[in-house]
Design a protein around this ligand. Sequence first.
Ligand code: PLP
Length: 285
Amino acid sequence: RIVYVNGEYIPEAEAKVSIFDRGFLMADGVYEVTSVLGGKLIDFAGHAKRLERSLNELDMPAPCTMDELLEIHRQLVEKNDIDEGLVYLQVTRGSDGDRDFVFPDPETTKPTLVLFTQNKPGLADSPAAKKGAKILSVPDIRWHRRDIKTVQLLYPSMAKMMAKKAGCDDAWLVEDGFVTEGSSNNAYIVKGNKIITRELSTDILHGITRAAVLKLAAEAQMEVEERNFTIEEAQQADEAFTTSASAFVMPVVEIDGTQLGDGTPGKTALRLREIYLDEMRKAAV
Ligand code: PLP
């Protein structure tokens, strides 16, 4: 693979970042994942906008302009011949060559910018989406700025491991009795013609796929209600699903051992997946 590190396109084996980098020592970094379909980027503008917001919230300087970022994405897709897959981007605060809780001087310390691609043939025509996901609920013990897309992913990883150990595919996180979101996706239930998902706040990541799917759902005359829901309500819903840039719309067929409907992907989730993929392919850059 050819990867990008601070201005250079190089083979992955040659890529180097300082051991003092605050991303490595303190998870002082933010990231984005953009999917690639037909060699083109899905909703790059949405990801670039959220990246700017994440950087702002953490007083982290931008490593370059968003136009330059788009060009780097395109170059990597081309150099690695990606038809379907992902581009991972990470910006960390870098390092001034020592470990300190105090942020280094932004005038003299440059952020570290790293990008790499992941080749994923069959991302859109996914067997997992045809089967649907089994969910395990776990407590949400993450920090309270989940709207910032930081690289602090240890607990989401642990949650996913708990789900795997229980024979499930993914975890939904629960706080004060209500579902916040999935380990790496936003969570939804469907009742009749109504799609229900938690409202935006600092409790959840403001999903780029969430924004697109809710807009497309409204355009398709589906009703959208942004409010909290419990695991019990989800277990009694007609359908459930998750959204993320890497899995698009993923139907959920089981929650904590309770089968939803007939245990196969729901029609609303499958329809939204189709609409999302169609529309986003058309708008891809
Ligand atoms: N929520 C969390 C915690 C995530 O990690 C992600 C994606 O990584 C999402 C939601 C979905 O966001 P997006 O649709 O922008 O990929």
